[in-house]
Design a protein around this ligand. Structure first.
Ligand code: HEM
Length: 142
């Protein structure tokens, strides 16, 4: 192989590697999760399951689940870099009257995790759960 062919191939390889790494770096958590279709499924499954679970259902009595699901999707889309606008209440305000216990919060997160296990990758799951964890102090009142 000529010296020039070698230089050409090397520079081609380098630029491909650079393109790949910058592509990986720039993909938001939202994109890596699979965008709105996947977020919508995960939020829907989690809220459906939580609202029929004997240990969590009391909070969801009389709550319009379709509206709640949309609000949570907007919030998570915003927080993961999907560019949505979340117009709902703060976590403190929206959960204050519900008097959510640590046990209920942990069960809700476990329910969320079960759904994430089926729809997103391991690292995306952990990144999302890391975003939710600090909300505990605003949601739990016991
Ligand atoms: C990290 C965990 C949680 C997140 C990210 C979250 C997120 C949200 C969001 C975005 C809203 C809508 C606020 C609005 O539209 O103004 C909401 C409301 C609500 N959440 Fe949560 N939540 C979490 C934990 C929980 C838990 C543990 C329960 C109960 C077991 C719960 C039950 C509810 C209910 C019933 C509402 C509706 C309140 C109403 O309409 O009056 N949430 N949540």
């Amino acid at each position: 192989m000529s010296k020039y062919a070698l230089i050409f191939l090397t520079s081609l390889l380098c630029s491909c590697a650079q393109m790949q790494s910058s592509h990986t770096k720039s993909a938001s958590l939202f994109e890596r999760i699979g965008g709105l279709p996947v977020l919508t499924i995960v939020v829907s499954e989690t809220i459906d399951n939580a609202s029929i679970d004997p240990k969590m259902k009391r909070s969801f009595d009389g709550v319009k689940l379709t509206t709640l699901k949309q609000s949570v999707v907007d919030q998570l889309c915003f927080l993961t870099g999907g560019g949505c606008v979340y117009e709902g209440e703060t976590m403190k305000n929206s959960h204050r009257d519900l008097k959510i216990t640590t046990a209920e919060f942990e069960l809700f997160v476990a329910t969320f995790r079960t759904s994430l296990n089926q729809h997103v990758g391991e690292s995306e799951k952990n990144e999302l759960l890391k975003i939710l964890a600090p909300m505990k102090r605003d949601i739990v009142t016991d």
